[in-house]
Design a binder for this molecule. Structure first.
Ligand code: CA
Length: 276
């Protein structure tokens, strides 16, 4: 460890979603979905105004041993999501009244970090899901097959289990000398002692870097780790978020010291090179 900077965190490969200790984060139940332990039921909320599709989705989720609640409009769905703890929300975008993007935005604003799988009617909406900081975990473009849906849902549950397990052991604040401190519990970031406001995804991105100092990440790796996407073509969302984080933590955004660009590859977090 060089200089006055001390790293107090443990390595954690992913930063998707919220750590345990926040409100209404699904608890870790490793093994209950795929393992040999006694199965525990996951609760799924489906917010979809096409009633036939909603019922089809319900049946599919029940086949995965989930219990399901249905809402056919955005506002009733939001009320349910706010009042009950779910393990997953399947959220249509085009809904009567409040649309799915607004439902997701409001949930995240209230620090409800239940995983959200967005159902979009148009590929053109995908940009909005990813780019507008809605905090969705994944999306499916209609029409999709039930096999596709099942694969995505299982992937989300797997990720939640791994993260919940890791989060239990990774709740202590990370401090990099006097330069930067990151508190996974309160989701607060301090730069040279000053509290800075960061969005949900900006925090996840910074936490991911901070838990892996010195490691170089490609944009695709960051997209996968922080957003849970492995889809190509959305690397610009990473650039955009890196720039926004830099604006908040760097002394000089034109000469970033903490979040450095590795030309031709991606980015790395270099706490030892930051001036105090
Ligand atoms: Ca719809």
């Amino acid at each position: 460890m060089r200089g006055p900077l001390v790293y107090h965190g443990s390595a954690l490969p992913l930063a998707q979603g919220a750590p345990s200790g926040q409100r209404r984060v699904p608890s870790a139940r490793p093994g209950d979905f795929f393992g040999s332990q006694a199965p525990m039921t996951r609760k799924v909320l489906i917010i979809e105004d096409e009633q036939e599709l909603a019922k089809l989705l319900k049946r599919q989720m029940e086949e995965l041993s989930c219990t399901v609640e249905l809402a056919f409009a955005g506002d009733t769905g939001l009320q349910l999501a706010e009042s009950t703890t779910f393990d997953l929300i399947l959220l249509d975008i085009m809904l009567p009244g409040m649309d799915g993007l607004e439902v997701c935005r409001r949930l995240r604003a209230q620090r409800v970090y239940t995983p959200v799988l967005m159902l979009t009617a148009r590929a053109s909406e995908v940009d909005r899901v990813l780019g507008l900081e809605m905090g969705a975990d994944d999306y499916l473009t209609k029409p999709f097959s039930m096999a596709e849906l099942t694969a995505r849902v299982k992937a989300i549950f797997r990720r939640v289990d791994v993260l919940s397990e890791q989060a239990r052991d990774s709740q202590h604040p990370l401090r990099f000398g006097a330069t930067l401190s990151i508190d996974p519990r309160s989701r607060e970031v301090r730069v040279r002692g000053q509290l800075v406001q960061v969005t949900h995804k900006e925090f996840d991105l910074l936490l991911h870097f901070a838990r892996n100092p010195g490691r170089v990440y490609t944009r695709a790796q960051l997209l996968d780790a922080v957003w849970g996407y492995s889809h190509e073509g959305y690397e610009h969302a990473v650039n955009c978020h890196v720039n926004r984080v830099r604006a908040k933590i760097e002394r000089d955004q034109a000469k970033p010291e903490l979040l450095q660009t590795v030309w031709g590859v991606g980015y790395k977090f270099s706490p030892e090179s930051a001036s105090p």
